[in-house]
Design a protein around this ligand. Sequence first.
Ligand SMILES: Cc1cc2nc3c(=O)[nH]c(=O)nc-3n(C[C@H](O)[C@H](O)[C@H](O)COP(=O)(O)OP(=O)(O)OC[C@H]3O[C@@H](n4cnc5c(N)ncnc54)[C@H](O)[C@@H]3O)c2cc1C
Length: 464
Amino acid sequence: MRWDRTRLPALAAALRERLGAAHVSGEPERLEPYGRDESDTGTFPPDLLALPGTAEEVSAVFALCQAHGVPFTPVGARSGKSGGSLPLHGGVSVSLERMNRILALSTEDLTAVVQPGVITGDLMKAVEAVGLFYPPDPNSWEWCTLGGNVAENAGGPRALKYGVTRDYVLGMEWVLPSGERMRVGKNTIKGVAGYDLVGLFVGSEGTLGVATEITLQLLPRPRHVVTALCCFPGVLGAARGLAAVLAGGLLPRTLELLDDLSVEAVARRGVAFPPGTGAAIILEVDGNHEEALYEELSRAGELLAAHGALETVVARDEVQREKLWAARRVLSTALRALRPHKISEDICVPRSRIPAAVERFKALGAELGLTVVTYGHAGDGNLHANILYDSPTERPRVEAAIRRMLEITVQLGGTITGEHGVGYAKRDYLPLEQPAPLRALQVGIKRLLDPSCLLNPGKIFPDP
Ligand SMILES: Cc1cc2nc3c(=O)[nH]c(=O)nc-3n(C[C@H](O)[C@H](O)[C@H](O)COP(=O)(O)OP(=O)(O)OC[C@H]3O[C@@H](n4cnc5c(N)ncnc54)[C@H](O)[C@@H]3O)c2cc1C
């Protein structure tokens, strides 16, 4: 994408005038972190950083970028794994980090109104303090933002029972690429007036505008949660066990799968596994009656034992529970300690196809001489298949493996991204899943809302 860089000084001056000099930066050391995220796809620093503090300011930043013909890219906490916040073509990074207030919390309506820069974990804690529950729990909840969650339609371990971010967004204040502000959606649980624009905007990966205010639905907090770690000799048994639990009429709130190398990485964080463990499942149930939860666990234990579970250990207390989840949350990072390079895929298959996916990914690794690690929110079919490798010279083989993995996924009836988004990382693979007319329809929507294609160019679809 070409744009006129000589317009930058004039744009910088206009942004400083509108936001104040403290909230606009062109200093390389301030810009550098905004050129990276957790996707391992490279570094693309912006030319300018703008930090609007209100929806009016977001709107003004967008309008100024449009007027100067300079690309602009929204950014949350940069925990994204598909490169969505990377300003591929430079221009302005528009960070929502200053807009970080919980504006309202209603225990009567069971709703929260938040600004987009609120950290997901801060909302979770605030609603739990008043007896409510915000279920979407991306494992990055300690630092990702709700705006980023909306953009990626983030899921998490609890999606198995409770669904993903889209299931909790009732309405939003939205700033279109032109800078125009509007409210979409509603404040009520039901409401079908007009097209479902919330459905379109949630998951639009920062390419159709930004959320400047989000109204979220909450649930009553379940009174009890019980967590168990089920250990298996190998990953195939675990994958089959997991499918059996779901087919057995049980709906735990999480069923997280760890294969042999994931178990090794988690063990390094101090979680003890019985000897011979080559795979594990973290199973969690919740509800208001503790006894019923232990009954569910016991039924799940029987089904898992029938598929070769070595042992099922129930977390004794909150400390043990949190230790297990803390190890799971850092798993993605911990795997980097095993090998210098890692590429993480985020596929989703129909749940019945999980054992087939795990088996075929391992076989692919063996065929290509690559280490494949599979873990993830397998209860809903969402697997994180990672390739670990030693040197950048192996990259062509790794790229070939990724393509084959995604082809296998689509053959199994799955999708190339369950929750991390297409962004920059997967835009070249989208044709594996979606035919040309479907892609063209979506490019048409993008063009309608952003005719200049200045908002977050190069994401989801190749460059305009
Ligand atoms: C260790 C680790 C674990 C993770 N676990 C999970 C998981 O379990 N489930 C999951 O779904 N993801 C997971 N992720 C991925 C990531 O955390 C999510 O995609 C998250 O939603 C990104 O939020 P962010 O604030 O960091 O957004 P960023 O990475 O900064 O941006 C992501 C996208 O959102 C856009 N954006 C940012 N703010 C707004 C806004 N206000 N309006 C519109 N668009 C906006 C950006 O342009 C970009 O396209 C994990 C990441 C890590 C590093």
